[in-house]
Unconditional design. Structure first.
Length: 75
């Protein structure tokens, strides 16, 4: 087995390369360099919470809760 490492500066290019690799039936892994990737559901929830706050439907979160979430994501 041979390993190739490619640095891809643009997410658009990544999706194109993945499509090519898929068409060739090659197995690959993607390392985004991020320690934590948020799921689509987490992102949707964050955007909903933001909109609820803007609309006055909720209040700001306690800093201790925010800090716990950040520690979970980055530690």
């Amino acid at each position: 087995m041979t390993t190739i490492t490619v640095n891809i500066p643009d997410d658009k290019d990544l999706s194109i390369l993945q499509e090519i690799l898929n068409r060739f039936g090659l197995n690959y892994t993607v390392d985004t360099g991020k320690e934590y990737d948020f799921t689509e559901d987490e992102i949707k929830s964050l955007l909903k919470t933001k909109q609820d706050f803007i609309d006055g439907k909720t209040t700001a979160r306690n800093w201790d809760d925010i800090e716990k979430d950040l520690n979970r994501a980055y530690n």
